[in-house]
Ligand binder design. Sequence first.
Ligand code: ADP
Ligand code: MG
Length: 245
Amino acid sequence: MTSPSSAPAAAAPATGSVPAAELAGVWRTYPGPPPVTALAGVTLSIAPAEFVAITGPSGSGKTTLGHILAGLEVPTSGTVRIGGTDVALLNDGQLAGLRATQIGVIFQRFYLDASLTALGNVAMGLLYQGITVHRRLDRARETLQRVGLGHRLGHRPAELSGGEQQRVAIARAIISQPRLLVADEPTGNLDSASGQLITRLLLDLNHDGTAVVLITHDQRLADAAARQIGLRDGRITPGPEAGTP
Ligand code: ADP
Ligand code: MG
């Protein structure tokens, strides 16, 4: 893999045993007024190539947790390691480099660029990696084929169904071959057939070695995951671990 010039200096070796992400005693308070404590002491570890569902009612802190796992937000206190690197030790450029190479994110709303084709949107996922335009487009084509959209390369978002748009967003998120894909309610805007297709795609990616964190309030979706973590009022709820009878 090509390493960007902004690669984190403090990066730990990318061995197979380093957790994809680790949170220790993470609090996140939004200043308000009034202040809102979205996360209240969360400790968890996402193993390499694990598939974890994070569930909980609206307002329980799921999106905040996803943002922190993805390095999009920093905690008020506590430690966050992404691929073994303590994000608090990175400057903004280094954190951006870590995100660009190790993390993919998809959201309920797809956040595609309406002016770009599917190919152009996916190629954006490699923009900060110092790769030539030609190579970016080649990789974008390959990645769109991988998500089953090889026949929609030149379509703009408005010309695609919701499920197709989410597949474009997934392709953009995984083109850099991240260790971790964070998906925040990825099927929330989709009909159930398209939603099932997206869930199956996430399972396939996981099978190929990407750790996946699937954030959802839909218990049926969460049941696709090998492990479930429940959140309530910003805390992990005690519950049976997967595998216990
Ligand atoms: P969920 O995704 O489970 O619905 P969120 O992480 O979005 O939960 O929100 C957790 C709590 O934090 C909620 O009470 C929400 O209103 C609050 N919150 C989220 N983002 C912000 C923000 N930017 N500013 C203030 N409060 C916020
Ligand atoms: Mg949310």
